[in-house]
Design a protein around this ligand. Sequence first.
Ligand code: HEC
Length: 193
Amino acid sequence: MKRLKLFIGLLGLLMGMSVGQQAQHDAPLQRARAAADALFTRLLERLNTEYQQGGAERGVQVCAQVAQSLTRQIGREQGVQIRRVSTKNRNPRNAPDAWERQVLQRWERELKAGKEIGEVAEWRTERGKRVYRYMRPIKIATPLCLECHGTQIKPEVRRLIRERYPNDKATGYQLGDLRGAFSVQISQPKEAQ
Ligand code: HEC
């Protein structure tokens, strides 16, 4: 348990985690950050536990069962809409919309040009409604990610992934690559519209 906490702490540092607050009246940026922090920690904790108990094989099976419901649960707890997106998504539900795609592609270009990338946030008008949108990059920050997203995935793990995600695009990554993003949406409260 101690090792797990250390591991998560380290990853947090690697990915530039902020200390979030979750009260409804917080500024949207704080709320979006808190939701991304919470989802990141929760998914990683679960992944790490399952991995220690049954390797990547078990990790894939559990992840396939719980990733989406855990994501919805965090959204409810934090009072936001949150998901993970990627241009090379494994789960079809994690495909980016137009705005998300454009941010992901810009980050790819910036990384190629040797620039640093970081969170993006803006108010937008979508289908006549004001909505706050936030994205934070997710990188392949540890070799653990490569067991299921890398170039040399064990045949049994590959088989389990294919079985559950026939249209998987999320392999072939290397350490440090951009894997995707946390994406948060917050609607403007009714009285302010
Ligand atoms: C044990 C296998 C496994 C490991 C290890 C793993 N993932 Fe995944 N990953 C998955 C599965 C399965 C999904 C699809 C989850 C779903 O249905 O939403 C996924 C989905 C994702 C997504 C959502 C976008 C998409 O492709 O659908 C991101 C982002 C992601 N993983 C990043 C990471 C990062 C970063 C690491 C390392 C910290 C990591 N993963 C480690 C199995 C794994």
